[in-house]
Design a protein around this ligand. Structure first.
Ligand code: CAA
Length: 294
């Protein structure tokens, strides 16, 4: 069955981006949040992004109106029952995912495909919350979703190969470049990115260089768009700490172990850009200032 209608659960940073790109690609999209307030916040960020695209001349005002018209917000899970694919981007907690997937499994037809945007939890374990492990996979987008071209498509040992290829093609229709991977914690990107970011924190802890010099080294020496500590602030220290711990639990390898400085910053609530403070102070967001941490 072709994918014609898209459901997105969660309208936070990732969910709103996913809903936006799906609507921009021409799909009718129903996006669900737990409260009207969170839903409004997510829809406003889509509105802001689309407005920016109109201002830059990337899309016409009439396109924006059509994209808007394809998006429907709801707080009711039942409204997702006629979607051909449901992409989940809710909080990274297994009990919440279990509750959602088992509810959706009961109301959606057997043909519907379920995809999780998790960055670190087991897709296989999530599939066991449903009666459709053959139609369950991972679809991992990157932040900021409208900009980043990559999508990791993740199959478990139980995913039907036809369903997998259908979703690979769907990711292409969203204007993304899909890569195929398997259900190993961290998939491709975080397996490589997390140890790199953690090593940048270790380098800082060990006095190798300052925050700015570590960041500039990777920006100017390797052509990365952001240095690793700026990227950590961007992704969120709490999110990275959480992912690193799951990866450490899975592989028991030192390279995935969160360094003490990261743990202490998370305990202090210095979670990066969203908290106004991380490796940099964002009191003036246009001019972040490196913190004195060591
Ligand atoms: N939403 C939509 N568009 C955005 C955006 C956002 N949040 N932020 C930036 N943009 C757009 C801008 O409008 C601009 O568009 P145009 O080129 O059409 O004008 C473009 O992106 C570039 O933005 P800027 O000029 O403002 O700034 P920049 O050149 O520094 O780019 C960036 C910003 C795209 C975020 C870039 O710094 C970058 O690629 N950083 C690395 C991001 C990254 O590594 N993301 C992955 C994180 S890991 C993850 O997500 C997975 C996980 O599991 C943790």
């Amino acid at each position: 069955m072709a994918i014609e209608k898209v459901g997105v659960v969660g309208c936070g940073l990732m969910g709103s981006g996913i809903a936006q790109v799906a609507a921009q690609a021409g799909y009718p999209v129903t996006v669900r949040e737990v409260s009207t307030q969170l839903l409004e916040k997510g829809l406003q960020s889509i509105e802001k992004n689309l407005g920016r695209l109109v201002e830059k001349g990337t899309i016409a005002a009439v396109d924006r109106d059509q994209i808007r018209g394809r998006l429907r917000g709801t707080t009711n899970v039942d409204d997702l029952k006629d979607c051909d694919i449901i992409i989940e981007a809710i909080i990274e907690q297994l009990p919440a995912k279990r509750e959602l997937w088992s509810a959706l499994d009961k109301i959606c037809p057997k043909s519907a495909i379920f995809a999780s945007n998790t960055s670190s939890l087991s897709i296989t374990e999530m599939a066991t919350f449903t009666q459709r492990p053959d139609r369950f996979l991972g679809l991992h987008f990157f932040n900021p979703v409208p900009v980043m071209k990559l999508v990791e498509v993740i199959r478990t040992i139980a995913t039907d190969p036809k369903v997998f290829e259908e979703v690979v093609a769907f990711a292409g229709k969203l204007g993304k470049t899909p890569v195929r991977t398997t259900d190993r914690t961290g998939f491709i990107v975080n397996r490589l990115l997390v140890p790199y970011i953690l090593d940048a924190v270790r380098a800082l802890e060990e006095g190798v260089a300052s925050i700015e010099d570590i960041d500039n080294s990777m920006k100017l020496g390797c052509g990365h768009p952001m240095g690793p500590l700026t990227l950590l602030d961007f992704v969120g220290l709490d999110t990275t700490y959480y992912i690193a711990n799951i990866m450490f639990d899975e592989f028991k390898e030192k390279r995935f172990a969160p360094p003490p400085l990261l743990k202490r910053m998370v305990l202090a609530g210095w979670n990066g850009r969203k908290a106004g403070r991380g490796f940099y102070d964002y009191s003036d967001p246009a001019k972040p200032k490196a913190m004195q941490l060591t």
